[in-house]
Every structure is written in structure tokens, then in C-alpha cells.
Design a protein around this ligand. Structure first.
Ligand SMILES: Cc1cc2nc3c(=O)[nH]c(=O)nc-3n(C[C@H](O)[C@H](O)[C@H](O)COP(=O)(O)OP(=O)(O)OC[C@H]3O[C@@H](n4cnc5c(N)ncnc54)[C@H](O)[C@@H]3O)c2cc1C
Length: 405
């Protein structure tokens, strides 16, 4: 794998060694084995919780949070080193709903009481969060959402539905957008509220994806009572909160390191003589696609490094156009990695490995162990061009930016 060498100061080199020593000790062979079986965007709920706790106990679960809120407050370079080392080790990809999305919103818009209550519980993973934004008719056009919260005294009464809610089956809290006013433009009547998932009137219904995985859900709200104290920010001003969160969702991690971690999985398949997968490395057409992919990842890494350097000089990092380019290129590269994985395992791609991977059947793995995950990963990665702003929506943003419409 081609990689960019980063000249590290002695302090940063010492930090890198500290991270390596920590991972060598705490990322145990058992955790590694489980992480290698993950095919989703995020590791499954149980593994996520366990790895989250390991990082929490080290004080590193929130690398970019300020120390006063319990974060590690790493410098931009340290955050990057940490992400690179975790990716190289293949640690589980933790769901972003808590640390990356909800936490920063509460730091920015929450009252001191809300900060005191929620932030420590987000850090410790006592609260496991899911994101209730999308609805059956409101995805890309999020401002059209209809799930309503009617104020009755000191409570909101919530009625409606959310969909594609990742890990709602594991979550004990949800942050969500609700309509609190029908007046004015659609953006004007939205509020951001948080509530426990065991509140009476909430029903979670699984959506099993084409890979056989249960990652997303429908969530129904039937006269669900939520204290007004659970409003984050001002009533009817939730659109600003929603946009702030989406910015963190898109820019809340290092795409290059995530890509490299996926590439490492592909490399493991390609290194496997069992099943004859290593023969792919002798096929010029395949090797050429692999090399092109690595160059694309290198380009993404290059632009991230440029952004880190700008950040350490105190300059603005991502504008809308750059964020959209990053999202597009990252999605394409991830999908290419998964396509090469399917190609590499040849005829084993025809087997349905869902029951062996996710349970729910008595079917054993078909073929070598390395043939287990590539198809499920391929199917799962189709979603990358849909969530977090679909590719079409990103291209619209780029067109608007370029044409200054
Ligand atoms: C795996 C997965 C996990 C998800 N997790 C969550 C979650 O945890 N919480 C949550 O709230 N949501 C979640 N989502 C929902 C996700 O944010 C939406 O699917 C996404 O915003 C697209 O909305 P939609 O599905 O309604 O499709 P639509 O918005 O109906 O889009 C359908 C198609 O039309 C295209 N399109 C739409 N508008 C335009 C336009 N103006 N110009 C050109 N083309 C357009 C889109 O690109 C797409 O191809 C998840 C989705 C997936 C697939």
C-alpha cells in the first residue's frame, strides 16, 4: 500500500508510540477476530459497546472533545495519528451517533444542566444513541418531515414515524427532529428533541437489508410524551441544530483512514492462499484496478493532510464543495474496494453466507473463512452513496457551488 510519510515532531512520534502500545495491549486477538467479521458501516452493537468502553477507560473515546467536557482534546495531528493507527490495527468502526453527532450538539446548544446530564453518559456509553431524522417521505428533502410534537403543558406529545434508524434496536436514547409548528417555511417549524427509547408508545420494527443484516429500523411514535426539558436549543429553531449535526456527521472522521481499514480487509482476502485468492495478485487487470484504487485513496489522504495543516494554522478547513467532493470520492472508493473483494473470492460469491454471518439459520460458512464477508460487505456498501447526503445531492451542491447558483 502506498502511503504518505508524515514528518512527526518528537512529541507526536511519542504519541504515536503510545497509541501503538495501547492498541497492542488492549486490542486483543479476540476483539480483532470479531472486528474482522464486521461488514457494516459500524461495528455491531455489542462489539461497539465493548470497544467504546476500552477507549473510554483510556480517556480517548472523544479525541476532539474539549477536556472541560471530558474529551481527550487531541491536537489535529494527534487525532489523525490516532485514526491512522486504529485503522492500521483494524479496530471496530464505532457508531458516530453519540460521540460525533449528539455530543457536539449538546456542547453547542444544550443548557448547562443538559450538558452535565448527557455528556458523561455519552462518554461512558451508558447512553447508546440513534438518529431519528429520516422519514418515509423525507430523506434528501429532510425539511419536509412530518413527525409532529404537539405541546401540552410541560410536555410534547409525539406522533409519527422515522425510518432507516441505524442501531435503534441497540439504542436506549434517540435524538430526533420533530415538527412543532406548521407555520412559515418548512425549516421554520422544526425542533430537536431527545428521549429514552423505552418511553411508552415507541415501537421499533427491524428492516433486514439485502445482505441479511439487521442494522436499520423503522421507529413508530404513538402519543409519546416527552418533557419540554428534553428540547435541545430553541423550539422551532431545530433546523440550525440539525445542520450543525449533519456537518459533524460528514466531517466527523478521517475518510482516508476508514478507507485504509477497508483496504486492509481486502488485502487479507488477497493474501489468502486458502481458496486460491492470492492468485488475483498475478492478474494484470485486477492489479491495475487495485493500483488505481490506492491512488484514489492517496489523493483523499493528501487532501485530508492539507486540511489538517490548514487547521493547525488556524484556517478554515472544509467548505461545502470540498465536503461534497470528499463524500463522493470516499463512497466510490469504498464501493470499489468491496467490488474487488467479491471478484477476488470468485465462485464463493454465489453462496448465501448471511445465516453464517448474522445467525438466524444453521448454515455453516461455505468455503474458506476469508470468503465469508466480501459479498455482505459489497451489499452493505451500496448504502454509502445514499446516506449522509446521496451522491446526486452532493453533485447538486457541487454544481451550485461551481455555477454559483
Ligand atoms: C444504511 C442506511 C442507514 C441510514 N441511517 C440513518 C439513520 O440512522 N438515521 C436517519 O435519520 N436516517 C438514516 N438513513 C437515511 C438516509 O439519510 C436517507 O436514506 C437519505 O437521506 C436519502 O433519503 P431517501 O432514502 O428518502 O431517498 P430520496 O431522498 O427519496 O432519494 C431517492 C433518490 O432520488 C435522488 N434525489 C433526491 N433528491 C434529489 C435531487 N434534489 N436532485 C437529484 N436527485 C435527487 C437521491 O439521490 C436518490 O437516488 C440511512 C440510510 C441508509 C441507506
Amino acid at each position: 500500500m502506498i502511503s504518505l510519510d508524515m514528518a512527526l515532531s518528537p512529541e507526536d512520534a511519542a504519541f504515536r508510540d503510545e497509541v501503538r502500545a495501547f492498541l497492542a495491549e488492549k486490542f486483543t486477538p479476540k476483539l480483532r477476530e470479531e472486528a474482522e467479521r464486521q461488514i457494516g458501516i459500524f461495528a455491531d452493537g455489542d462489539l461497539s459497546r465493548r470497544w467504546h468502553r476500552v477507549l473510554y477507560e483510556q480517556g480517548w473515546i472523544a479525541p476532539n472533545w474539549p477536556k472541560r467536557f471530558g474529551g481527550a482534546e487531541f491536537t489535529a495531528t494527534q487525532q489523525y495519528i490516532f485514526a491512522v493507527e486504529c485503522a492500521a490495527a483494524g479496530t471496530p468502526a464505532l457508531p458516530g451517533m453519540a460521540i460525533t453527532m449528539c455530543g457536539p450538539v449538546i456542547m453547542r446548544y444544550g443548557t448547562p444542566e443538559q450538558q452535565d446530564f448527557f455528556l458523561p453518559r455519552i462518554l461512558s456509553c451508558e447512553h447508546y444513541w440513534c438518529q431519528g431524522y429520516s422519514e418515509p417521505q423525507s430523506g434528501s428533502d429532510l425539511a419536509s418531515l412530518r413527525c409532529r410534537a404537539d405541546r401540552v403543558g410541560d410536555e410534547y406529545v409525539v406522533n409519527g414515524q422515522k425510518i432507516w434508524t441505524t442501531h435503534a434496536q441497540h439504542a436506549n436514547w434517540i435524538f430526533m427532529l420533530v415538527r412543532t409548528s406548521q407555520e412559515g417555511p418548512p425549516q421554520a417549524g422544526i425542533s430537536f428533541i431527545v428521549l429514552p427509547m423505552d418511553t411508552p408508545g415507541i415501537t421499533v420494527r427491524p428492516i433486514v437489508s439485502m445482505s441479511g443484516e439487521h442494522e436499520v429500523n423503522e421507529v413508530f411514535f404513538d402519543n409519546v410524551k416527552v418533557p419540554v426539558a428534553n428540547l435541545i436549543g430553541e423550539e422551532n429553531k431545530g433546523w440550525s441544530v440539525a445542520k450543525f449535526l449533519l456537518l459533524n456527521e460528514r466531517g466527523g472522521g478521517s475518510a482516508a483512514t476508514y478507507l485504509k481499514s477497508n483496504l486492509t480487509q481486502l488485502r487479507r482476502v488477497l493474501a489468502s492462499d486458502e481458496g486460491g485468492f492470492s492468485k488475483m495478485l498475478g492478474r494484470p487487470a485486477f492489479v491495475r484496478r487495485l493500483a488505481e484504487l490506492e491512488i484514489d485513496i492517496l489523493a483523499i489522504e493528501c487532501s485530508e493532510r492539507t486540511a489538517i495543516q490548514a487547521l493547525s494554522r488556524g484556517e478554515a478547513v472544509l467548505d461545502d464543495a470540498m465536503a461534497s467532493i470528499q463524500k463522493l470520492k470516499t463512497s466510490e472508493a469504498l464501493q470499489t474496494i468491496s467490488e474487488l473483494g467479491v471478484e477476488a473470492i470468485g465462485q464463493y460469491a454465489m453462496a448465501n453466507q448471511g445465516p453464517a454471518l448474522f445467525g438466524g439459520g444453521n448454515q455453516a460458512t461455505v468455503g474458506p473463512a476469508r470468503a465469508l464477508t466480501p459479498v455482505a460487505t459489497y451489499l452493505n456498501m451500496r448504502a454509502f452513496t445514499i446516506f449522509g447526503g446521496s451522491s446526486e445531492v452532493q453533485r447538486n451542491i457541487l454544481a451550485r457551488t461551481a455555477l454559483k447558483l
